[in-house]
Design a protein around this ligand. Structure first.
Ligand code: SAH
Length: 255
């Protein structure tokens, strides 16, 4: 099966994210698209299968969350990664599903290490095959629940950036992600709609977990012009040992 070609619109990448894929990265995006369409026949990976929609909702949206990496510093406050830049930045994508946002991040930031975490073993098996076909050497995969992974010494406080899209409410995402971050690390929570009222409600949860809401970005997607948000939480203090709570508790009794 030959899948349709993804849009090749370098000028849109450039205008919106100040980045564009090189030929190898474009080929990897196309191959990823093909593998997901094939995988979808056996596994329920995604409802987004049209090339334009795949480009916008999976590729572009995933990378919009890290667009600050490619932005020139301005006088107003801007996001930065902290820590020792001699080491590769460690990313974890929590509840990655078919690999979003983690795989586009791994493809476009080769000088990174990206761990893809999901509780569904079949999805992780699919991702292992995908990573091998794409010859991505900077990706690790992990089957597990965020509530458990966040308590394991080999993962707790080990990551610079946590990415989390479409996994739960913002308070749940905060409880899954902040324990996994080093101090100074950044959690990036991808949302559709977001209101100031929700920001106010989230403050208490983030504070309990040792974080602060550093910024909230609202943006419009380039093809369908939909409104989306990214929340950026900075870890500024240790997360108390009781977080994340046991499997299912963050959803049942949100902070
Ligand atoms: N992030 C992807 C997939 C979202 S669907 C995207 O935006 O396209 C949510 C995924 O999170 C599912 O694959 C599910 O298996 C996983 N998931 C849900 N709860 C989880 C948990 N507590 N720990 C790890 N993975 C979880």
């Amino acid at each position: 099966m030959t899948p349709p070609s993804l849009p090749q619109i370098p000028e849109i990448w450039q205008e919106t994210l100040h980045w564009q894929p090189n030929a190898e990265q474009q080929a990897q995006f196309q191959k990823l698209y093909q593998l997901i369409l094939e995988g979808n026949q056996k596994l329920n990976l995604t409802r987004i299968t049209e090339p334009q929609e795949f480009w916008e909702k999976h590729l572009w949206d995933s990378l919009r969350g890290i667009a600050f990496l490619w932005k020139k510093p301005t006088s107003d406050s801007y996001l930065q990664l902290q820590g020792n830049t001699a080491d590769k930045v460690q990313y974890i994508d929590i509840g990655t599903g078919a690999g979003f946002p983690g795989l586009p991040v791994a493809i476009s930031v080769p000088n990174s290490v990206v761990t893809l975490l999901d509780s569904t073993r079949k999805k992780i098996t699919f991702l292992q095959k995908t990573v091998s076909v794409l010859e991505l050497r900077n990706v690790k995969t992990l089957t597990g629940r965020a509530e458990e992974t966040g308590q394991q010494p080999e993962h707790r406080q080990k990551y610079d950036v946590a990415l989390i899209r479409a996994v739960g409410t913002a308070a749940v995402c905060a409880e899954y992600s902040l324990p996994l971050l080093k101090q100074g690390g950044l959690a990036i929570i991808y949302r559709g709609n977001w209101t100031e009222n929700e920001t106010a409600k989230l403050q208490g949860a983030v504070k309990q977990l040792g974080g602060v809401i550093e910024s909230i970005e609202e943006f419009t997607t380039p093809l369908s012009h939909s409104i989306r948000h990214c929340l950026y939480l900075r870890k500024v203090a240790n997360t108390p040992a009781q977080f994340p709570r046991g499997v299912g508790i963050p959803t049942q009794k949100p902070l």
